[in-house]
Design a protein. Sequence first.
Length: 187
Amino acid sequence: MRVLGVDPGLTRCGVGVVEGVAGRPLAMLGVGVIRTAADDDIGPRLVGIERGIEEWLDRFSPELVAVERVFSQHNVRTVMGTAQASAVAMLCASRRGIPVALHTPSEVKAAVTGSGRADKDQVGAMVTRLLRLPEPPKPADAADALALAICHIWRAPAKNRLQQAVAQSRLQQAAARQPSAVKGRTR
């Protein structure tokens, strides 16, 4: 599975592509940051992020895009920018028919480090180790994007099995609620 991880942000939008399957060594195919100028208007910044995401999609042809789920922060302006960049990444993928998965920061940290409370240095160190890189990707947004891709690759099989089990259970419950066929109707 080839996954493009996106750590959304208006000034620095981390992107990283990881390929592999759960239980096997993973390979980093690319990592970087899409940058926009903080003093530019929002429109041109979003267009810049869109162009950057499109370039990564063209270059790496991922099977899925994993985006960090926006969570509440104290700084509303930061949340808005993150949500806008996140929406651009989801739009770019969806336009091409590429599935999108959202993962919370604590879910990603737990998947990569074993602790949902890990700090950025711990995430960077584990990404470096898991992908057998000579040094941690810089800035931290790039390492976070790789962590998102790793998280999805590792968690997707379990999530798929869970979704299949839930769907099967719903089908069984629906079948049990339907009245049984009446035999030998008379008029």
